[in-house]
Design a binder for this molecule. Structure first.
Ligand code: 13P
Length: 232
């Protein structure tokens, strides 16, 4: 079971340090824990979590080794910091920053090639679900990915992100089953995961963990979700 906290554009180095110092002292045996701070906070997170089982991942990475790509970060730069992996293809990148299936595929491929662990995000919008297109969308998003020991997927229905609307465990289970029929890798669920709903979601056999946004920013709620994973 894997619980990853996607901090999005929250927590600079000072707040990251405070969180990591707190996290270090928690007993979290029996669950794999990953935190994904913004780029500028990765170094301090790596430093403060060194020697623990908690991994640090970025929220994005570019596919070229280096070059004139303003605002992007290369795989080698993450490796140099001691970062363990990266999220790729989050729906916020797809929605607001023009990320496409093609660029997601290139980012994932480059990160895996370099030995990074990758959490690749997929998921349908509300309109796509209403039009009964969920499986078509997932199939299309998955078409650029190949199984790899260092790859996990995160199924994040866009309508459930930051909205307080969670997919029912049944809906998530159905989507996860479909995803696994297309690509046989672990699948995390993401979208308004909270301490209150984590245990029920994580009890489903097709749900291999969670990618947590808002509730990962607070040490208490994040560790409560990690503990729910340990118990499940
Ligand atoms: P919330 O948990 O805030 O809904 O965000 C989910 C998410 O986007 C994690 O990547």
């Amino acid at each position: 079971m894997l619980i990853a906290g996607n901090w999005k554009m929250y927590k600079g180095p000072a707040e990251t340090a405070e969180f990591c110092l707190g996290l270090r002292d928690q007993e979290l045996e029996g669950v794999d824990v990953v935190v994904c701070p913004p780029f500028v906070s990765l170094a301090v997170a790596v430093q403060l979590l060194a020697g623990t089982e908690i991994a640090v991942a970025a929220q994005n990475v570019h596919w070229e080794e280096e070059g004139a790509y303003t605002g992007e970060v290369a795989v080698g730069m993450l490796r140099e910091l001691g970062v363990y992996g990266t999220i790729v293809g989050h729906s916020e990148r797809r929605q607001y920053f023009g990320e496409t299936d093609e660029t997601v595929g290139k980012r994932v491929h480059a990160a895996l090639e370099a030995g990074l662990f990758v959490i690749a995000c997929i998921g349908e919008t509300e309109e796509e679900r209403e039009r009964n297109e969920t499986e078509d969308v997932l199939r299309r998003q998955l078409s650029v990915l190949e199984p790899d020991d260092n790859l996990v997927l995160a199924y994040e229905p866009v309508w459930a992100i930051g909205t307080g609307k969670t997919a029912t465990p049944e809906m998530a289970h159905e989507a996860h089953d479909f995803i696994k029929s297309q690509l046989d890798v672990p699948v995390l669920y993401g979208g308004s995961v909270k301490p209150e709903n984590a245990a029920e979601l994580l009890s489903r056999s097709s749900i291999d963990g969670a990618l947590v946004g808002g509730a990962s920013l607070d040490l208490e709620s994040f560790t409560a979700i990690c503990r729910a994973a340990i118990r499940s």
